[in-house]
Design a binder for this molecule. Sequence first.
Ligand code: PGA
Length: 232
Amino acid sequence: MAKIIFANWKNKITTEADAVELARATDAKGLVLLPLHEFLSEVRAVVQHAELGVQDYAPDAFVSGARYSLVGHADRRAAGDTDGIIAEKLALAVRDGLIPILCVGESRAERGSGVTNEVLKRQLKQGLSRLRDLNFEICPVYVAYEPLWAISNGVDHEQCSVETAVHRIAYLKEQLLHLGCGVQAKYLYGGSVTSKNAEEYLYNKDIDGLLVGAASINVEELKNIWHSASKS
Ligand code: PGA
């Protein structure tokens, strides 16, 4: 089955005209476009195949056409979203009918001091903690492993190997089993994904899709990544 690609435009597409043009040029099944919230309705009006999401939970996201919501993305955590805020946003997203994508990942310093597993465990456990307030049998959630040191914003970022990503995802899966909630999780990798390395991640059976930032606003790059996903 084809794997899913989330195109996180972040704040790089800043006009409605550019957002609409990029959406038109990349519109494809299996792709989820995450424009800035303010352009959601305009993008919705032009896409026929792609699905839509928001970069952070918003109360009007579902009615504006989004089906997915990032929560706990590195940019939001850096802007002050605590695990408690993230948990609340995740539960609100589920309540609204959105599928949440919970982003987790350790910083370079945390990796250096050997506390990656503790960080991932805390972010996962706390991020899902408010779900118990809701009444559901099975709740679909994406968990995106995005190590901060691999995200392309930083000057000294480095690539996270597929082996490391898979190792961390295996740990997250194990932790989710311990939590024993009705969450039906799928796992994404994100951090400096390009058309050159996308296949390595996509061809691994433990990775269900990719969260792509910088490369997702380049039409050729995104098309090539999508193409790899549709073959995977
Ligand atoms: P990147 O961003 O692909 O540019 O590293 C990923 C993200 O921030 O979601």
